[in-house]
Design a protein around this ligand. Structure first.
Ligand code: GRF
Length: 190
């Protein structure tokens, strides 16, 4: 059995899709939802689906390795970042090397790095006048949005598309692909 921990601190629409995707899977289970925000809407989704949650604070995340102890309790062997903005500390990157992925709402290496999240990304794509954007699923290393790319999918952008419309197209791709890419990694098809 694979036990996944999802890190999410926002709306959690991706987390919800992933939870639903694996709900009836006999060998892959979302076992824990980690958030750095006690009031994040994603925690309600976890609760509604009977998934345990763990709210992490900055001190214990960066100054202790407490999260690894929590992971042991749940047998976590794979970590998914789905809207988690804090940089992952070295001890965690090393413990989950090749077993931790993030999703980024653009075609990396473009529009990645510190500060490039949410609306900022789509506004930058719009300002550049790009004719396409998309999603990148990548392994996590010690820098923002920098690890090896596992998967990308593209969408066309019209010159009339607003940043909000670009965001919508990109989120659709995230919902369509993220869970299946995770599944493929876990059954080693990627
Ligand atoms: C997604 O756009 C993802 O690419 C980024 O954070 C956003 C999370 O959205 N890393 P949601 O909370 O899953 O709706």
């Amino acid at each position: 059995m694979n036990h996944i921990a999802i890190f999410a601190s926002g709306t959690g629409s991706n987390a919800k899709k992933i939870i639903e995707h694996f709900q009836s899977n006999p060998t892959i289970k979302v076992s824990l939802l980690v958030s750095n925000k006690a009031a994040a809407p994603v925690l309600d989704t976890a609760k509604a689906n009977g998934i345990d949650q763990y709210v992490i604070d900055r001190f214990s995340f960066y100054e202790t390795e407490e999260i690894l102890t929590v992971f042991e309790k749940y047998d976590i062997d794979f970590v998914v970042l789905a809207g988690f903005l804090w940089l992952i500390p070295s001890y965690l990157v090393q413990a989950f090397s090749g077993r931790m992925v993030n999703i980024h709402p653009a075609l990396l290496p473009k529009y990645g790095g510190k500060g490039m999240y949410g609306k900022n990304v789509h506004r930058a794509v719009k300002a550049a006048g790009d004719s396409e954007s998309g999603i990148t699923i990548h392994y996590v290393n010690e820098k923002y949005d920098d690890g090896d790319i596992v998967f990308q999918a593209k969408c066309a952008i019209l010159s009339t598309d607003s940043a909000e419309e670009i965001a919508k197209k990109v989120l659709e791709l995230e919902h369509r692909y993220f869970a299946t890419v995770i599944e493929k990694i876990l059954i080693s098809q990627i």
